[in-house]
Design a protein around this ligand. Structure first.
Ligand code: PHB
Length: 389
């Protein structure tokens, strides 16, 4: 071999070595950890999120950013006491590239801590805990849903606008309930209303009777409630059965009536709620999303399905920015931060703290649907209190 050949060979070898990590990464499957509730009061929410996520992947030919995918699933049972162990399985045992989860605010707080400690990429497709895009915000933590403040603040604005003066709030006693009630109070008192009593019960309890009797005796002219999933089904039915709907109409973030209407039936008719989604939004993306979701799963989508779909879209935006090479973390994060998500809810971008800046809609239950009424608050960004990033 002459000298020229040796040099060419050496150069080719160097180039191959330099390219190896990216090429090897791209050949390897992208490991996605889905940590969601698949049992308990939020089971339907977890399933809808998984369905939405996988729908986007299917529409993209089974790949994200050119990478094939391997899923790792953990049922978190909406149990904060198991959350650190559960995310540990995905991070340490399965060595996932990204964790997508979860629904429950208490569980997500433990997940955010683990994600920060291990620098694991975390995309939150529901849980609204204000702190994860507030005081606990981090470059590797993103949310495609909402902060607990956003839809409930809008509910307070709407209730005041509609002339209510005296409201009671009722929620589960945990981060999401507390934050939702506080946000409603903020919007409602700004508009001139007063909260006469803040009621709650332990998560995921559904023994509402004593509290409903107390609401009746307080004679408010509106009631604010934060419940979701199975608990929301029971609460709305029980509230309707008290006969209070007329004298004290029920308000709440749309979780009260999303994915629950079939089970709530008559009891939910006419309810006004606020959320970043509705079942008949006037945008083309939502129409195609709803058709393809219904075709794939023989089910109507809801806000949770849309949030799961958008979690996959955000991940895809990040991976496209690095040609599938998820080891280029800083560049990938930049691409995610810059992404404009073509969401079924309407296009949105992320705030500096990685939470959607989005319109909150007023919706009204008619038949089996949460019908769009108007934009309640336009382009609402969470205050992101305490986020330094
Ligand atoms: C939450 O715990 O953050 C939570 C759970 C269910 C919802 C909304 C928020 O529908």
């Amino acid at each position: 071999m002459n000298r020229r050949h040796t040099l060419t060979l050496a150069a080719a070898l160097c180039a191959a070595i330099a390219a190896w990590p990216a090429a090897a990464q791209q050949q390897q499957k992208l490991k996605i950890g889905l940590m969601l509730p698949f049992t308990g009061t939020f089971a339907a929410l977890g399933n809808a999120i998984e369905n939405g996520f996988k729908l986007y992947v299917q529409e993209s030919g089974g790949k994200i950013g050119g990478r094939e995918i391997e899923y790792f699933r953990v049922d978190d049972e909406s149990d904060p006491s198991k959350a650190t162990d559960n995310i540990g399985k995905l991070i340490n045992r399965d060595k996932v590239d990204v964790v997508v989860g979860t629904v429950h605010s208490g569980v997500v707080m433990a997940m955010a801590k683990a994600a920060r400690d291990t620098n694991t990429l975390l995309i939150i497709p529901n849980a609204g805990a204000n702190a994860v895009t507030g005081a606990m915000c981090a470059p590797n933590i993103f949310r495609t849903s909402f902060s607990n403040w956003q839809p409930s603040y809008a509910a307070g604005v709407v209730a005041a606008e509609r002339g209510h003066k005296k409201a009671v709030s009722i929620t589960w006693k945990y981060a999401a309930g507390d934050e939702a009630a506080a946000a409603f109070k903020e919007g409602f008192t700004k508009g001139g209303g007063t909260i006469v009593k803040e009621l709650n019960l332990p998560f995921p309890g559904v023994e509402f009777q004593a509290l409903l009797t107390e609401i009746a005796s307080l004679k408010p002219d509106a009631t604010f409630a934060f419940f979701a999933g199975g608990g929301a089904v029971k609460f709305v039915k029980d509230y309707a059965a008290t006969g209070l709907m007329k004298s004290a109409p029920l308000y709440g973030p749309g979780f009260l009536t999303d994915g629950t209407l079939e089970a709530q039936g008559e009891s939910a008719q006419g309810l006004l709620t606020t959320l970043h989604y509705a079942d008949d939004l006037p945008n083309a993306k939502d129409k195609t999303f709803r058709l393809s979701y219904a075709k794939a799963y023989k089910l109507q989508p809801d806000v949770y399905a849309a949030q799961g779909y958008d979690a996959a879209q955000l991940l895809a935006a990040g991976l496209s920015g690095v040609k599938g090479d998820s080891s280029k973390r800083a560049e990938m994060i930049k691409a995610m931060e810059a992404a404009k998500i073509d969401s079924p809810r309407g296009a949105f971008a992320l705030s500096k703290s990685h939470n959607p800046v989005q319109d909150i809609y007023l919706r009204k239950v008619e038949g089996g649907a949460n019908k769009y009424q108007k934009v309640a608050v336009k382009g609402l960004a969470d205050p992101a209190t305490g986020c330094k990033m």
